[in-house]
Design a protein around this ligand. Structure first.
Ligand SMILES: *Cc1c(COP(=O)(O)O)cnc(C)c1O
Length: 369
């Protein structure tokens, strides 16, 4: 590990490879792997991570928005990229940069065909998303006839894949619901296949789906969180290693007398003599105010210690009364042991939210160890 001299998010490519290989080991050999690198590769570094995943053998990449896909293309990434949630205002750019849209409603489907035609495209690859219960994005089964009709009418697009998304793939108490989604997806794809003279790729599973529903891997799986080191499933977690470690340093140490307070609004009142350390990371860096007042903690020289008072925009203060440490010493916010999931749980959140919140102000260092 490197030694931090300022706030830094260290991103290790070695566990990324291990997480990828573990997920691959769960798949039959002919199943394709789509690596989800939206939201700066879950708050890490989209370009470095995407390049590494392509090297590791990922067949597809996915981002949420066109802008994210453009960043990958600007960095010279040539792999196929699905844009999961494009808006029609960006379709021209999407086509110019060879990004592949997920189309999820009759309206956006029609709009894309129009723009593909205007741009003289032939057989432009698109992906059709079906809603089987999440009620977020997606066509319904009853849209299949309309889709088939439109597809017969045009040569501008070709359906590369058909997919859906599980609502609660990590939740064993929702297994029946997941199974009903899988069944609905099979019905929809069967119906659509009948009207096509080619077979698009089918995919449904996210990370926890890969682990819990081997019977629903279809032709491809889509993984995000697992690649970054979180399984969402307790008994699986030992096979995954978080790729990012968030570190900082002690800027200043204070001695606080009994009755004095620490931080804004005097939220922490000292009931005895104590030592506090000020650390240069705050809510503008992605450490939510919800972690203030003892909910969150950091690790200094191997010792855990709570955040005291409110989280400021650029700083937090922690109690170091019983820790042997000095100004300039390294501080771990989250890493392999005190990982993002453990922190997030304390404020009723999830690893996804904490890791993707780490703002672009925090320096990223990508290494391999
Ligand atoms: C973000 C996303 C994924 C990745 O899910 P993980 O739980 O991170 O593996 C897969 N599919 C879709 C449609 C997504 O939006």
């Amino acid at each position: 590990m490197l030694k931090a001299t300022e706030t830094v998010l260290e991103i290790n490519l070695t566990p990324l490879g291990n997480n990828y290989r573990y997920l691959k080991s769960k798949l039959q050999h002919n199943i394709k792997f789509l690596a989800v690198v939206k939201a700066y590769a879950y708050g890490s570094d989209s370009v470095e991570i995407a390049k590494e995943l392509v090297k590791l053998g990922a067949d597809y990449l996915a981002v949420a928005y066109v802008k994210e896909g453009v960043t990958l293309r600007d960095a010279g990434i040539k792999a196929p990229i699905i844009v999961l949630h494009p808006q029609s205002v960006n379709f021209k750019t999407l086509i110019d940069r060879c990004l592949e849209p997920s189309l999820y409603s009759p309206k956006i489907f029609k709009e894309f065909i129009e723009i593909a035609k205007e741009n003289k495209q032939s057989k432009y690859p698109v992906h059709l998303k079906f809603n089987t219960g999440l009620n977020r994005l997606g066509f319904l089964e009853k849209d299949v006839d309309f889709i088939s009709y439109k597809l017969k009418e045009t040569t501008s697009i070709v359906v590369k894949s058909i997919f859906s998304h599980l609502v609660a793939s990590e939740d064993e108490f929702e297994k029946d619901f997941s199974n009903s989604q899988i069944k609905a997806f099979k019905n929809i794809s069967k119906k659509l296949f009948k009207t096509l003279d080619y077979q698009p790729i089918l995919h449904m599973c996210n990370t926890s789906g890969i682990l819990n529903f081997p019977e629903a891997h279809f032709d491809m799986v889509r993984s995000g969180i697992g690649l970054y080191g979180f399984s969402n499933i307790q008994k699986e977690q030992k096979h995954f290693t978080p790729i990012a470690i968030l570190k900082s340093v002690i800027s200043q140490i204070h001695t606080i007398e009994k009755g004095e307070t620490v931080g804004y609004n005097r939220a922490f009142k000292s009931d005895g003599c104590l030592k506090s350390a000020t650390i240069p990371i705050g809510h503008a860096d992605g450490i939510s105010r919800a972690y203030g007042n003892g909910k969150g903690w950091v690790t200094i020289n191997g010792e855990k210690t709570p955040i005291i008072g409110n989280v400021c925009m650029d700083m937090i203060m922690v109690n170091i009364t019983n820790i042997d440490c000095q100004e300039g010493d390294e501080v771990i916010i989250f890493g392999e042991v005190e990982n993002a999931e453990k922190h997030a749980e304390k404020i009723n959140s999830i690893s996804y939210e904490l890791i993707t919140a780490i703002s672009q102000r925090v320096k990223r260092v990508v290494y391999r160890k």
